[in-house]
Design a protein. Structure first.
Length: 220
């Protein structure tokens, strides 16, 4: 997979090294000419010293050949412009953007070419809630500008789904059970999977199906 990452700070470098080590073709874009000499990268990571907000620079980086781009700079404005150019000018199939300031998260959507936005503060909040919340639906990630959402719920003792198999639940057509974590082990969901108290259920939902999914797994 060919991946281009804008921003060679700590976040961008980590992503680049991790992906390169996994066998992907990775290029880092940064406007600081000294970065290739200062940064520690996995062998094979390529550099393109340029402005990530200029069409000509991105054309020279052959962005149209990418399968995924990551906007990982510390500047939300740069991340938005880079995402928009990647999607509209170069037709990159998958655009992932870092949100530095939570107040800007509302802008990171399909209108700016973003398929998936990652806000560290919001993600940490969600993980804290996921760790301590039982019987309540918790948002983990949003995709496609919020039109698809990864949610989690830990089933309480009085959950209406207890002792019921997936095939017997009236799960909405635009929702799906992704995984069930039981006793620290991942259970791949099948039609005959029966829910138990304490199960951590991961599901993909849409705004229209979220309320129905919540009603299936939580009381009240």
């Amino acid at each position: 997979m060919r991946v281009v990452i804008a921003g060679a700070g700590k976040v961008g470098l980590y992503i680049a090294n991790d992906l390169q080590a996994s066998g992907h073709d990775v290029m880092l874009i940064d406007n600081d000419p000294s970065m290739p000499d200062k940064a520690v990268t996995t062998p094979g990571v390529r550099w393109h010293i340029a402005d990530a907000c200029e069409v000509g620079s991105l054309r020279a980086a052959e962005l149209e050949e990418c399968e995924v781009v990551v906007a990982a700079t510390g500047d939300d404005q740069v991340n938005l412009v880079f995402s928009l150019l990647a999607k509209q000018e170069f037709g990159v199939p998958r655009v992932i953007a870092r949100v530095n300031h939570p107040r800007n998260e509302w802008m990171f959507n399909e209108n700016w070419g973003v398929d998936l936005s990652v806000s560290t503060p919001h993600l940490v909040t969600a993980l804290v809630e996921e760790a301590v919340s039982v019987g309540r639906l918790v948002h983990l990630l949003k995709f496609e500008g919020g039109n698809a959402r990864l949610v989690e719920v830990t089933l309480a003792e009085d959950s209406p789904a207890i002792d019921i198999a997936i095939k017997d639940l009236d799960i909405p057509r635009d929702a799906t059970i992704v995984a069930v974590v039981r006793d620290h082990h991942v259970v791949m969901p099948r039609g005959d999977t029966v829910f138990e108290a304490g199960d951590e259920v991961l599901a993909m939902v849409t705004p229209d199906s979220e309320a129905d999914v919540q009603q299936l797994f939580t009381k009240g």
